[in-house]
Write a protein that binds this ligand. Structure first.
Ligand SMILES: NC(=O)C1=CN([C@@H]2O[C@H](COP(=O)(O)OP(=O)(O)OC[C@H]3O[C@@H](n4cnc5c(N)ncnc54)[C@H](OP(=O)(O)O)[C@@H]3O)[C@@H](O)[C@H]2O)[C@@H](O)CC1
Ligand SMILES: Nc1ncnc2c1ncn2[C@@H]1O[C@H](COP(=O)(O)OP(=O)(O)OP(=O)(O)O)[C@@H](O)[C@H]1O
Length: 610
């Protein structure tokens, strides 16, 4: 395990590049504001990759952690005799970054966190025994991944009396505790203070203090989340404003005489008899003022606020191939994906089943369905492969699902969810919990109904993917965009919605699937068939559950600067269409979604493994 994350040494040039990236304001803000930081380090590794250094997010995180420890050690040492700078080669760089961070009173953060981490996993990078209290804070706020280190409740350091003749291991642990806390800088607590208290009293006091600590932890956490929300909203508003200004500038440059989009007549969304979103063919597409067609099937924006202009790409398939985890005997069950489907009620049992079984057939190891009580037995009866939880209509549904979240790699919300208010409310809670844990969230079907009512539930979440059909898309567009749908240019419409949702990835399904993250538009018109049986969208969202996990955990250099959600979405669209093609070839008009699901294995192989 260690070999994976610490395989070889970091050169000075590489370390400086890492510090340049890690020290950037947006990275520090993201780390400060987040318990879960794996996405931040993914971004750091990605940027490092762009500078030509091939490192995994975990390697970056561990390197930063080691540097921080050296820095704090050096800083402590300097206070004492001024000669410690040499133990931290990058002292100046670290000081420039860390001296600007808000000061947290180490006494507020509890010793046991640092002790617990050191004592339990012993995987510290540089092999240094001393941890700085501020390091402990860093780890609990932004320096360790949620999945590997579940949130610890922070207890006050309350001395539990240990008999003198204790075993060697306890003695060693005590030594370790003494060595690893900055005891020298703190007054020693008097053991006599507790000498007269009975064990019961001690226990009572301990529990009392635990509860207080827990309470203040939650208070702190609540405040932190509020601040983070406000920051995100402000950032989003600022970006939208800048986009609008730039859009107007570009519009002015491109065609000063062209009418403003808002003055175009508002055509109500209608379902065509033979749904062919106008403007889908490459020849007839008219790029909007703020977009330019670079090469089919990827259209890139003429400008981008976030990232440098991505590379041109003729074909997305090689990128999908790149994110597929390699076959190896070294993995255990679960590592290739544990997908959760949130949906399934009395009326709709097929949709969550289609989504869950598709995730499995694409290659996820485990597929969970969280549905209502009366749907559960029915769904179980379709397939013994699925793990079915009858919790979605229980009074504590969100808490029940939350228990499983640390073990899920992605969630798909909506297939067969229905529109019952209580179920939608529970789905909302689950999306929020998944979001706060940095789990990719795919929203489909009735989940999109919820988003149209309350967009903020997912707005701005970079690991969120929406997969609307045309009807669902129109609802979302109407809720989010002030200008009317341009019936001749669906690509522009998708890009607009994605932008309005805070650059979420949006997949408009149809004759041609159109995918955008607000910066780029990717289209998938792989040959399918004319058969439109219900459930094809569920196949798509379920397989996207597995592909999104792979894409987000794939090495950045394999993605060539393209956002993981775009690659995963393109993979799911082309797979669905290939399944449709193959099933129709076999069954003609009798084709159903079950027949398409039976084709997943061969379709996947044909597209991505040949
Ligand atoms: N076997 C199962 O259990 C299955 C269960 N499912 C589950 O059913 C639930 C409801 O999903 P839903 O999509 O039917 O709901 P909703 O948004 O009301 O759409 C219906 C309206 O939209 C329209 N319309 C549809 N597509 C359009 C298009 N491309 N372009 C234009 N218009 C379009 C259509 O218009 P119409 O043809 O009636 O004029 C109709 O009025 C959801 O939980 C889902 O997961 C499904 O997954 C299937 C398999
Ligand atoms: N007009 C079309 N031509 C070709 N393929 C299509 C067309 N419409 C949809 N598809 C295919 O079906 C997939 C699912 O789209 P669809 O519009 O059926 O989703 P949905 O309505 O959400 O499905 P569900 O029935 O599961 O709710 C698309 O990704 C696309 O591959």
């Amino acid at each position: 395990m260690l070999a994976n994350t610490r395989g070889f040494l970091w050169s000075d040039v590489e370390t400086r590049a890492l510090l340049d990236i890690w020290g950037e304001q947006d990275v520090q803000t993201a780390l400060d504001g987040n318990f879960r930081n794996s996405h931040v380090y993914r971004d750091v590794a990605c940027r490092l990759g762009e500078m030509g250094f091939d490192r995994t997010p975990e390697q970056c995180r561990i390197r930063v952690k080691g540097l921080k420890r050296q820095y704090y050690q050096a800083k402590e040492g300097i206070k004492k005799n001024g000669h410690y700078r040499k133990i931290c080669k990058f002292y100046d760089e670290m000081d420039r970054i860390l001296s600007n961070r808000p000061h947290i009173d180490p006494q507020d953060m509890i010793d046991s966190v640092a002790i617990g981490d050191e004592a339990m996993d012993g995987t510290e990078e540089e092999g240094e025994g001393i941890d700085h209290p501020q390091e402990a804070y860093g780890e609990s706020t932004g320096e360790c991944s949620y999945t590997e280190h579940p949130v610890k409740l922070e207890y006050p350091s309350f001395p539990i009396p240990v008999p003198v003749s204790n075993s060697a291991s306890v003695g060693q642990r005590q030594n370790h505790v003494q060595n690893s806390t900055p005891a020298a800088t703190r007054p020693k607590r008097s053991k006599k203070r507790y000498a007269n208290l009975s064990l019961d009293k001690l226990m009572e006091k301990f529990l009392e203090q635990s509860m207080e600590a827990e309470e203040s932890f939650y208070k702190y956490e609540e405040q932190r989340l509020k601040v983070e929300d406000r920051r995100r909203e402000a950032e989003h508003a600022r970006e939208l404003q800048m986009l609008q200004v730039l859009g107007q500038m570009f519009a002015g440059i491109a065609s000063p005489a062209a009418p403003h989009p808002q003055t175009a007549p508002c055509a109500p969304p209608q379902r065509p008899h033979n749904p062919q979103p106008a403007g889908c063919s490459n020849q007839t597409a008219t790029p909007g003022p703020a977009q330019a067609i670079v090469s089919f099937p990827v259209i890139e924006r003429a400008f981008s606020l976030r990232s440098p202009s991505p590379r041109n790409m003729e074909n997305m398939i090689p990128l999908v191939k790149n994110i597929i985890p390699p076959w190896t005997s070294k993995k255990h069950k679960g590592q290739d994906g544990r997908v959760g489907i949130i949906g399934g009620c009395q009326e709709y049992t097929g949709a969550p089943y289609f989504a869950a079984i598709s995730a499995l057939k694409v290659g996820a190891d485990l597929s969970h369905v969280f549905c209502t009580k009366d749907a559960a037995t029915v769904i179980k009866s379709y397939s013994p492969e699925l793990i079915v939880h009858p919790v979605l209509d229980s009074p504590n549904a969100v808490a029940e699902v939350e228990k499983w979240l640390p073990r899920l790699h992605s969630v798909v919300v909506g297939p067969g969810l229905g529109r019952d208010d209580k179920l939608l409310e529970n789905a909302k809670g689950i999306i929020e919990k998944s979001r706060s844990r940095g789990i990719p969230v795919i929203i489909d079907a009735d989940g999109l109904w919820l988003v149209a009512q309350q967009p903020s539930v997912i707005q701005g979440y970079q690991m969120g993917i929406l997969t609307p059909n045309f009807m669902e898309f129109s609802r979302l567009y109407e809720a989010m965009c002030r200008d009317p749908l341009d019936m001749n240019d669906n690509r522009r419409n998708v890009m607009r919605l994605s932008e309005a949702m805070g650059n979420l990835t949006v997949v408009l399904k149809g004759e041609e699937d159109i995918i955008s993250d607000g910066d780029k538009v990717v289209t998938c018109s792989h040959e399918g068939s004319s058969r439109r049986c219900g459930g094809q969208g569920d196949l798509l969202s379920g397989s996207l559950g597995a592909l999104a996990h792979w894409a987000y955990t794939s090495p950045p250099e394999k993605r060539h600067g393209i956002k993981p959600s775009l690659i995963a979405a393109f993979g799911a669209c082309s797979l669905t269409r290939q399944c449709n093609y193959q099933a129709f070839h076999r069954h003609g008009r009798a084709t159903t979604t079950t027949d398409m699901i039976a084709e997943i294995g061969t379709a996947f192989k044909k597209l991505f493994e040949s």
